[in-house]
Design a protein around this ligand. Structure first.
Ligand code: GDD
Ligand code: MN
Length: 870
């Protein structure tokens, strides 16, 4: 009885037939157990004759197709004639070792799996003799297929499957990637196994893989992912698109040269071009498809995509024009191209998704998630270099101008990252924030891996989706504060902890040690995870034996070693950080009940839906399987998410702590939140509500980020900067305000013939931003600790200033900062001939951004006068 059939497609493989069949039939298999079906597509080199010579000798059949040559078509034709219940597909050119056939069919024959894939990309597999570009193409092809199926080598041409499955393959399937078709048709329900194989390039004949096959593959991928690829209307669509580009570019340039300002010009020209495109497309190119009009639902989706594309394009324009100084009439073209890509993908997947044979809900989730993640990451990448620094970021940049092992008010990681970024990209906003951006990506990587280990790949993708959209994680992946590396290290610690405690990997302790060490070099709150680990080990008998092994202790020692710069710095500085941190904790010991404030704060960090989902994850993230993996997973989430949260909740009952410190603890709940998002069988009312609330939450979050960034960098026509939020412009527009101060300094230089000392009149903000944005003639900058107030690191950098007769220019965000110190002393009494507080309006493109306040004096009396002041 024939157990399995080997289907081999051929196109001009004459020289390979004999060696292939010889090797196949000398396998240690029963002669009758299998047959070989060779499907030839009209070879002209005598392949059919070679096969026919075998037909009488062995169990070989030749099928000669007369249709248009096609690999998938050939395999399906062979499968239709197969007598075996299991089908093996392989190439004729000996790239696939016939000796691996037994290993490949075994798991399908014994009924334990539906499909077995001969895989090059798992341990034990390899590729030999392929030029580099083919290897890259193959890898790329595999990566692109990842969202669709959970296989490492989805483009393999060597696989076995149960014969019935052939009927599930879409009729329109074409080209090389029949395995992918098979896997996608299974909608994730197939039992798939990968068997390692060594692929070696053919030694005879030539490959038939052409560019057009790869193009077909891309199109097929898009269709399988739920996107429309329609080329029937492509030429008309392109003509309309080009016409739109012309309208867009001309109107943009006209508006720019008439002084409209970047934001107004590009938004107006965008809408003009979009309406032209829309009208022409609906009247002309899409006419046949949509009977002359689009439905309302489609139109609103079309608008949504357009708005997102528009907000992104503002960032591209700002980057090109403001940062790279490309003239606007050139910059508009790449900006239009970027918009077109977003519009195209949005149209294909969201406005006009495929209606015939739509992908499974799981695949749709994945594709949508990837789109959203991509948008979120790109949005950050485009805008972080053009949005001005916040004072905190500028302060940390000042750390790098006085590089040290550690700092008084922060451990050093934030400074080290800024140092790295600015060494590569220069002292620019991008250089400062590059580290934060990378930390965001690292967080995504570790959280993906953690969620995959705890749950599955779909959950892992949704976990990354949450990182891309929840406010705290979006912000820490863009703004350079200590939270950026903290979050990344927190994610890494969670990942290695899971591998060590649940996965039982010894080597994971090395990761724990490094991640933990780097984490406390970022911010001390990471220490809470030590407590979490302890709780886990106490309640989990299997993990408890780690206590009797050296690994956790070695990890702790390694972490301590990594932390040593902080200790060394503090030994030389009277343990200054220690007293700072403890005063910080005592200082807030205000006995105020602040649980409600904590909750309010969390709604901002996580959105209300996110907060609710996190609580659900803690309380009911159970799958009722009762398995030990399930039990340990619950414990992990409770220990690594619940315990740190409990600490903050208890503290908040007595104290108004710094609530953003709670930001990273939600990482422990994130995988379970993501898992709950996909649990469609939980029919409790809360669960259903929560699931349906995610979509609008995600959309609103993304919109707000894009909108806010556009507003900060280019503005939004009709919304001024001043009068919207008290104090915002004074804290923010320092690039322009510093230019204003440089002018004041120059005036004083001219007037006195001396170099003035500029004093930022806040703890560290003003001095820091002035130093960062001092792009004109260098100024000498000090901070307010000159007047006896604390100046954080400025106390160390400029501990005292000798009396001087040089001019002094005080600069501040508010007038009162220039008159009295924090301890309510009269600043004027320490100055010679102090003038009144003056202000300067900072204007850009004819729009008022903010005020900046300053005060000029003609000498400084020195600190010994401090005591006399009242
Ligand atoms: N019947 C038929 N019709 N057979 C074809 C056709 C066709 O149109 N085109 C190619 N073949 C046969 C070849 O004769 C060979 O036996 C097999 O299909 C693979 O073709 P190659 O031309 O050798 O492809 P390749 O080596 O470049 O690509 C291989 O590796 C890829 C991995 O990235 C194949 O195994 C692909 O399926 C695989 O994706
Ligand atoms: Mn080949």
């Amino acid at each position: 009885m024939t157990q399995f059939s080997i289907v081999i497609p051929t196109l001009n493989e004459a020289e390979n037939i004999d060696p292939l069949l010889t090797r196949l039939f000398s396998l240690d298999l029963q002669k009758e157990s299998f047959e070989v079906i060779i499907v030839d597509d009209g070879s002209a080199d005598g392949t059919p004759a070679r096969v026919r010579a075998w037909e009488s000798r062995a169990n070989v059949r030749l099928v000669e197709r007369r249709e248009k040559p096609d690999l998938t078509g050939s395999i399906l034709a062979g499968a239709a004639l197969a007598r075996g219940n299991v089908i093996v597909v392989m190439d004729a050119d000996l790239s696939h070792p016939p000796e691996r056939v037994p290993a490949l069919i075994a798991p399908v024959l014994d009924g334990s799996h539906d499909v077995a894939v001969g895989s090059r990309y798992i341990p034990g597999g390899s590729t030999e003799g392929w030029p580099l570009h083919r290897q890259w193409l193959s890898r790329l092809g595999g990566w692109l297929a990842r969202p669709l199926c959970d296989v490492n080598d989805a483009t393999s041409g060597f696989f076995a499957f149960r014969r019935e499955l052939a009927a599930t393959i879409a009729e329109r399937a074409r080209g090389y990637k029949i395995l992918l078709e098979l896997l996608v048709a299974g909608q994730g329900k197939l039992r798939v196994i990968e068997v390692p194989i060594c692929f070696s390039d053919r030694t005879r004949g030539a490959s038939k893989l052409s560019f057009s096959h790869q193009w077909t593959y891309l199109q097929r991928l898009m269709t399988l992912a739920g996107g429309t690829v329609s080329f029937g209307t492509a030429s008309r669509f392109a003509v309309v698109g080009l016409f739109g580009v012309v309208v867009d570019a001309l109107l943009f340039q006209w508006l720019m040269s008439n002084g409209a300002g970047l934001a107004l010009a590009h938004i107006m020209s965008f809408f003009a071009a979009a309406s032209v495109n829309y009208t022409l497309n609906s009247k002309w190119s899409f006419r046949l498809h949509h009977a002359g009009h689009l439905q309302w639902r489609q139109f609103s989706r079309f608008l949504t995509v357009g708005v997102f594309a528009l907000l992104m394009r503002g960032g591209v324009l700002a980057l090109l024009i403001y940062s790279w100084h490309i003239p606007s009439y050139l910059a508009i073209f790449p900006a239009i191209a970027a918009t077109a890509v977003i519009n195209y993908l949005g149209s294909a997947f969201y406005v006009f998704p495929v209606e015939h044979n739509p992908p499974s809900p799981d695949v749709r989730w994945r594709v949508a998630s990837l789109g959203i993640i991509g948008f979120s990451v790109l949005l950050r990448l485009i805008y972080i270099g053009t949005a001005e620094l916040f004072p905190d970021e500028a302060y940390y940049w000042n750390y790098t101008q006085h590089m040290d092992l550690s700092f008084y008010d922060h451990p050093p990681m934030v400074a080290w990252l800024i140092w790295l970024g600015t060494s590569i990209f220069g002292n620019s906003e991008f250089g400062v924030r590059f580290g934060a951006f990378c930390c965001g990506l690292i967080t995504m990587g570790y959280m993906y891996a953690l969620a995959r280990n705890l749950y599955d790949k779909s959950t892992a993708i949704r976990t990354v989706l949450l990182l891309a959209v929840l406010p705290f994680y979006f912000a820490t992946g863009a703004v350079m504060t200590a939270d950026a590396p903290l979050v990344a290290a927190w994610a890494a610690t969670l990942y290695y902890m899971e591998r060590a405690l649940i996965g039982d990997r010894r080597s994971a302790w090395l990761g724990v040690g490094i991640a933990f060490g780097l984490g406390i070099l970022s911010k001390y709150t990471l220490g809470l995870l030590g407590l979490s680990a302890l709780v886990f080990v106490i309640f989990d008998p299997a993990a408890r034996r780690w206590l009797r092994r050296p690994h956790p202790y070695l990890a702790a020692t390694l972490a301590l070693l990594l932390f040593s710069p902080v200790i060394i710095w503090n030994m030389g500085h009277n343990w200054a950080s220690l007293s700072f941190q403890s005063s910080r904790i005592q200082g807030v010991g205000d006995d105020q009940f602040s649980l409600h404030l904590l909750i309010l704060h969390l709604m901002v960090l996580l959105t209300p839906v996110g907060l609710l989902a996190a609580i659900m994850a803690l309380l009911s993230g159970r799958d009722n399987s009762g398995s030990s993996h399930e039990r340990r997973r619950r414990l992990f989430v409770l220990a690594f998410g619940g315990v740190p949260l409990a600490v903050f909740v208890v503290l908040s009952i007595f104290d108004s702590l710094r609530f953003h410190w709670t930001g990273p603890i939600w990482l422990g709940m994130l995988p379970t939140m993501a898992w709950l998002m996909g649990q469609t069988d939980d029919l409790r009312a809360v669960a259903v509500r929560l699931r349906s609330a995610w979509k609008p939450t995600i959309a609103i979050c993304l919109f707000l980020y894009a909108f806010a960034l556009h507003y900060l960098v280019l503005g939004i026509p009709g919304i001024p900067y001043r009068g919207i939020y008290e104090g915002f412009p004074e804290h923010y527009f320092w690039r322009e305000a510093t230019q204003g101060i440089e002018e004041v300094v120059e005036e004083v230089r001219q007037q006195t013939g001396q170099e003035p000392i500029v004093v930022g009149m806040s703890k560290w903000s003003v001095a820091s931003v002035l130093t960062f944005y001092n792009r004109g003639k260098p100024m000498e900058i000090r901070s307010r600790n000159m007047f006896g107030d604390s100046g954080a690191m400025y106390d160390f950098w400029y501990p005292s200033e000798p009396p001087t007769a040089r001019p002094i220019i005080l600069v501040g965000m508010w007038p009162h900062n220039l008159e009295r110190t924090r301890q309510d002393r009269d600043i004027g009494k320490m100055l010679v001939d102090p003038g009144p507080v003056q202000d300067r309006e900072i204007v850009q493109d004819g729009k008022s951004l903010r005020q900046v306040y300053y005060r000029v004096a003609y000498g400084y009396l020195g600190e010994q006068h401090l005591g006399n002041l009242k």
